[in-house]
Design a protein around this ligand. Structure first.
Ligand code: NAD
Length: 508
């Protein structure tokens, strides 16, 4: 592992001059409400730092209930404004303009995301920010295809010369409270905003306090595209204050949440006050199963990338792998070699393949998971160390000799930590895979397609990948079973989250 930041603390900026000067000219970022920036009611700001160095890059407004109320009022007003009477074609055109503006501002958005979250530049540039534009393009198409049904009822009532007629309408659910986490800030935001806007909803977004900058910039671009004021509002700040204030506000109709299972449960409780509709994209502990006939030239880099991509800060990361005993050593040695070849460093260094964890606190939690496993008899095959100027780097780690009840084996670590264990019988690997409170994703590596089909049905996961992992597309629904949540982002299913069915029954 090499990198200048780890040796001399210097930030090897690729092209970050424009983003840095932008942040320097407006170091205190305000809320974005009703088409413009608004100072926080409390006048309080929270520092937002570069995770690699710990240096402050800006500050974000620390929102409170007054700010939330202002934003929800703006969103409610926008719901009955020109947005509500816009034709699908016009709304679709606006979503396409948003996508074009994302493309036009690609470098800036990528650099903002890298500086704020710590991810390697290539993750932002080739995987995430183009995906943001793709979400808006996909839902720009879906908005043109929205339709209800006509229904042939069996109602036995037909006044002379009249007929019973019935049909359904699709209507926006109303004001959406969108709450997002810090690991992939802008793409997870787009997965909520694009379908909500396509459905005709208005939104108040509360991004994660550690990574709010790209969402504020997106809100500006949405206004620049011509979306009416108040349709998309961003209130920044802490979960316990702005977040809780938003999900408890009586003026919201729907909560779209991505984050931890623990916060998801608190949100369900808050939603009970006004029975806001809730969809939850929560944590995961996704298994990979490697069969003895797997193509290891695919499986080894695939599984290694599946846990080390974005430093393992991916909800669907394959954080545990069950490998047939006959190929265990070969697969594990291959994954270790991959892990040890990775270049760690500042995300703005083009050579960087893995960046820091998002915060020192998060890195310490990961380190504690590793140490506790080690104390309980687990063997660290590579990695296991925390280091760097801000203590945020974790060496890519592979652990074995664990038991399924060890926290590192059954809980979400959300870092570059892979648990690898051998199995003898596929039913054993399947049972271990399903013996977990989460059910977000899984992967199967085999050339036996019949077996792959059977396992894809038997695995308790919202997504099953066969001979691949981390494949995303706006058309592919993603979400969880069990305690990984309910509802789906992406795909046609995501649009349903933001629409009500209305039944009309008439005697005409
Ligand atoms: P988190 O639950 O701590 O925070 C998520 C968001 O919720 C933040 O914006 C936070 O401010 C807000 N929040 C916190 N408490 C709140 C409250 N009481 N009321 C309202 N809002 C509140 O999660 P995190 O640490 O930011 O993100 C990591 C988690 O997100 C991991 O568990 C990961 O698996 C999950 N995640 C899931 C998916 C998915 O699609 N299933 C995708 C990405 C991340």
């Amino acid at each position: 592992m090499t990198d200048s930041i780890l040796n001399d603390g210097a930030i090897p900026a690729v092209n970050s001059g424009s983003v840095k000067s932008l942040l320097a000219t407006t170091p205190n970022k305000q809320h974005y409400i009703n088409g413009g920036y608004q100072a926080p009611n409390s006048n309080a700001y929270l520092d937002t730092c570069d995770p690699a160095t710990g240096q402050k890059i800006a500050a974000i407004a620390n929102g409170n209930n007054v700010d939330v109320d202002t934003a929800v009022t703006a969103a409610r007003q926008a719901l009955s404004g020109p947005w509500s009477s816009m034709t699908p074609l016009a709304r679709s055109g606006l979503l396409l303009k948003v996508a074009d503006l994302i493309d036009a501002n690609m470098d800036e958005l990528c650099e903002l995301e890298v500086l704020d979250q710590g991810k390697p530049y290539f993750v932002a540039r080739w995987a995430e920010i183009p995906g943001v534009a793709a979400q808006f393009r996909y839902f720009a198409g879906q908005v043109m295809a929205l339709e209800g049904n006509t229904i042939n009822t069996s109602i036995d009532y037909q006044p002379e010369g009249k007929q019973v007629q019935a049909w359904t309408l699709r209507e926006p659910v109303g004001v959406v409270a969108a709450i997002t986490p810090w690991n992939s800030p802008l793409i997870l935001t787009a997965m909520k905003l694009a379908p909500a806007m396509a459905a005709g909803c208005t939104i108040v977004l509360k991004p994660a306090e550690l990574t709010s900058l790209s969402a504020l910039r997106l809100a500006e671009l949405i206004s620049e595209a011509g979306v009416p004021d108040g349709v998309v509002n961003v209130v920044t700040g802490e979960g316990k204050l702005a977040g809780n204030g938003l999900v408890s506000h009586p003026g919201i109709d729907k909560i779209a949440f991505t984050g931890s299972t623990q916060t998801g449960k608190a949100i369900v409780q808050a939603s009970q006050q006004n029975l806001a509709r809730v969809t939850l994209e929560l944590g995961g502990k996704s298994p990979a199963i490697v069969l003895p006939d797997a193509d290891l030239t695919q499986a080894i880099p695939g599984i290694a990338n599946g846990i080390f991509f974005n430093g393992g800060q991916v909800c669907v990361a394959n954080s545990r792998v069950y490998i047939h005993r006959t190929i265990f050593d070969e697969v594990v040695d291959g994954i270790i070699a991959y892990a040890e070849s990775l270049t760690l460093g500042h995300g703005l260094d083009q050579a960087t393949q893995m960046g820091p964890m998002v915060s020192t606190e998060q890195a310490i939690k990961i380190e504690q998971h590793i140490q506790s496993a080690q104390k309980n008899g687990a063997k660290i095959l590579t990695g296991g160390k925390r280091f760097g100027p801000n203590g945020t780097f974790i060496a890519p780690t592979v652990i074995t000799n664990t038991t399924t009840d060890m926290p590192v084996h059954c809980e979400e670590v959300f870092g570059p930590v892979l648990v690898a264990e051998p199995y003898d019988d596929i039913e054993e690997a399947l049972a271990w895979s399903n013996d977990n409170e989460y059910g977000l994703a899984a992967s199967v590596w085999t050339q036996d397609l019949s077996l792959a089909h059977r396992l894809s049905k038997q695995l308790q996961a919202g997504t099953v990948w066969i001979n691949t992992t981390l494949m995303f597309d706006p058309s592919l629904p993603i979400g969880g079973m069990k305690q990984s949540g309910y509802g789906r982002d992406s795909g046609k299913q995501a649009l349903d989250n933001y629409l009500e069915w209305k039944t009309v029954c008439a005697v005409l």
